[in-house]
Ligand binder design. Structure first.
Ligand SMILES: [Zn+2]
Length: 277
């Protein structure tokens, strides 16, 4: 082969690689824009544990999502959109587990600046405890346009309970939520500790819950079952909180995108990191 032919072969190879990379990048970007991340928070407060994001960091995260063009929707609105097969573009859900008072006093006010509302999931037994919301506070959040859902009654992982106990948790907490208001799509749920399996998910659907968020990391397309929705964990990290937040989103998007092409990115990631799930 002459050197001239060799050079042209190299040029063709480079062009092919660039075309493949370009195609994959566009495919990934489209996937990200059309899938729905559910960002899972607990406390929005200055406290030194992974479940507490400081108001300052939280504001930065909301500002970032706003700059990126994301609009929030409550989980029950997402359920309705899924029922209607609506195409969603740059939408996301902000969820808050357990029912902390700072969700009202800190998070809600920061989110208002960006036109965002959230979905809060009450562990009903904690209602009125110090640091937690009570009935009147719940009503205030509803006035702000928030959704109130169930995080069960006793906050126990449902996979560890008998089917009868699971029903008790689902029904008792649902009654509390329905005492506050009537969610248009039916009530929604966030699983305590994220624990879910097929049996529990079926009971959740049978109990009338329109949507439920489990602990699996990922973003949501119309292929994800409504009672096994994926989440993006928004944990606290000292220093560079926004970088950590962006990394969590990217990881969730990569996990779901690669799965949509039949590749278990999260499984591979865990093997490399030596994580056990
Ligand atoms: Zn919880």
């Amino acid at each position: 082969m002459s050197s001239k032919h060799f050079i042209s072969l190299k040029v063709v190879l480079v062009l092919v690689v660039l075309a493949v990379v370009g195609f994959l990048y566009k495919d990934f970007r489209d996937f990200c824009n059309n899938s729905v991340p559910i960002f899972a928070y607990h406390r929005v407060e200055n406290a030194n544990d992974i479940y507490s994001v400081s108001p300052k960091d939280f504001d930065e995260q909301m500002a970032y999502l706003h700059t990126e063009g994301y609009r929030s929707m409550n989980l029950d609105e997402y359920a309705v959109a899924r029922q209607k097969n609506e195409k969603l573009y740059k939408r996301m859900v902000l969820i808050f587990d357990d029912g902390y008072m700072d969700n009202l006093t800190n998070a809600a006010h920061i989110m208002q600046k960006y036109g965002y509302t959230g979905s809060i999931f009450l562990a009903v037994k904690f209602e009125g405890w110090p640091g937690y919301l009570d009935w009147d506070n719940d009503l205030k959040l509803l006035k702000y346009g928030w959704e109130i859902g169930s995080h069960t009654y006793n906050h126990k992982p449902l996979t560890k309970l008998t089917p009868k106990q699971v029903d008790y948790e689902l029904i008792k907490s649902k009654e509390y939520v329905q005492g506050l208001y009537n969610p248009p799509s039916g009530p929604t749920l966030s699983y305590p500790t994220g624990a879910c399996n097929k049996q529990v998910a079926k009971q959740v659907a049978d109990a009338g819950y329109a949507a439920a968020v489990c602990g699996v990391v990922g973003v949501n397309t119309d292929k994800v079952p409504m009672q096994e929705l994926r989440r993006v964990n928004a944990f606290h990290k000292k220093g560079n909180s926004l970088t950590y937040f962006k990394r969590h989103l990217l990881k969730a998007q990569l996990a779901s995108w690669s799965l949509s092409h039949g590749i278990d990115f999260m499984g591979m990631w865990d093997k490399v990191r030596g994580n056990v799930r």
